[in-house]
Design a protein around this ligand. Structure first.
Ligand code: NAD
Length: 361
């Protein structure tokens, strides 16, 4: 099978997961370009693969690559993905797909127009627990799923926000704990349940991050079309990165995840589902260790010209839940799907709380 030629655009924190994945997937890919506007970061990444580096995507010659990996600030996902697809490259972007539903729709339109493939990274889907439990839910093992919950209590202190000029901003990050950290739990609940949303009702708050204007806490009720009511809570002011918990409650039993470990309780039996590679995380353990699995999956879909499993539409649907919660918080009411989305440049009114409302940055 022919090898793909890849470029990574953005060599910041998450690029360590890509360096790991490219090494594991050396039978499928040659890394040919590392790009970062900070050319020292691009050079350092390129050194690992003995490849070229550049400070601007436009410096990559036509026909030099097949696929680009976008590891960029959120506001650049949509414009860069569109540019790359128009240049003839397949695109796998980090989450979130974009900052607005309109931007995501434009990406999907350009994907159709160019015939390129578009994928969105949700690596936490690629674990044994998620796959097995999704199948068991679909097979009706737990009966009808009536409720779900996810609970994320993490910590992102001041120095986390100080490391990047885009984090903690509405116009560049697109929000706080929901769009950056809780997006993975929200995505897994939606993916494992396999259903679409009817309405959301939620609120976001900034209780203790006076140095940023985005939300540090959020809670919401999300009603799926099949009648499952999903309750979520997320904050990044907890003081530690405790394991995420996700749970589905069915008529015959329950199942869920504690971080990446799956579990279920059925007919009086409790069982756990673990990954063989749980200890191989390259970054903080809450990033998981499955980037390489999703990237392999994406490469397979290019090489065999088959549909992308976690595609742009999947990215759009998860973004829609998050944007629905922001809108619900802003309006103080329930938001029915579909709704008119906007790309918030400054949504301070939505992040209720002493920090966001009253203090300038
Ligand atoms: N999947 C996960 O679990 C996970 C974890 C962390 C981050 N991420 C995602 O990865 C992406 C990057 O996050 P990060 O934490 O690595 O951010 P970062 O700020 O550490 O890195 C971003 C990099 O992009 C570069 N950059 C900015 N504008 C550029 C441009 N126009 N051209 C080229 N390079 C440019 C910056 O110089 C920087 O090196 C985000 O989408 C984030 O949500 C995902």
């Amino acid at each position: 099978m022919r090898k793909l030629r890849a470029a990574i655009i953005g060599c910041g924190r998450i690029s360590a997961c890509y360096a790991d994945a490219f090494q594991r997937l050396s039978d499928m890919v040659d890394v040919v370009y590392a790009v970062d506007k900070d050319s020292e970061r691009a050079r350092a990444f390129a050194k690992k693969f003995d490849c070229k580096y550049a400070s601007d995507f436009d410096q990559i010659p036509e026909d030099a690559i097949d696929v680009v990996h976008l590891c960029l600030p959120h506001y650049l996902h949509s414009p860069m993905a569109i540019k790359a697809m128009r240049a003839g490259f397949h695109v796998l972007t980090e989450k979130p797909i974009a900052l607005s539903i309109q931007e995501a729709d434009e990406m999907l339109r350009v994907e159709r127009e160019t015939g390129r493939k578009l994928g969105v990274i949700f690596q936490t889907r690629y674990t044994k627990g998620v796959e097995m439990l999704k199948q068991m839910i679909a097979n009706g093992c737990f009966g009808k799923i009536t409720a779900a919950r996810s609970y994320l209590t993490w910590d992102r202190p001041k120095n986390y926000y100080a490391q990047s000029d885009w984090k903690g901003t509405w116009d560049k990050e697109g929000g706080g704990v929901l769009i950056d950290q809780a997006i993975h739990s929200i995505d897994r609940v939606r993916y494992m349940l396999g259903d679409d949303v009817e309405w959301v009702n939620g609120s976001i708050h900034n209780y203790a991050h006076s140095f940023v204007r985005v939300e540090d806490s959020a809670n919401a009720a999300v009603m799926f079309q099949n009648g499952c009511l999903y309750n979520l809570y997320a904050c990044n002011i907890y003081g530690a990165n405790s394991p995420i918990t996700i749970e589905f409650l069915g008529e015959k039993g329950r199942c869920g995840l504690i971080q990446d470990m799956g579990f279920y309780e059925l007919d009086g039996v409790y069982a756990e589902i673990r990954n063989a590679y749980e200890d191989t995380a390259v970054g903080p353990n809450y990033w998981g260790s499955s980037h390489h699995l999703q990237i392999r999956d994406f490469y397979q879909s290019i090489l065999t010209d088959t549909p992308v499993r976690t595609d742009g539409m999947e990215g759009r649907k998860t973004l829609e839940i998050i944007k629905g919660i922001y809108l619900s918080s802003l309006k103080g009411e329930c938001v029915s799907f579909p709704f008119e989305d906007v790309r918030y440049m400054d949504l301070n009114k939505a992040a209720k709380g002493p920090s966001a409302m009253d203090k300038p940055r």
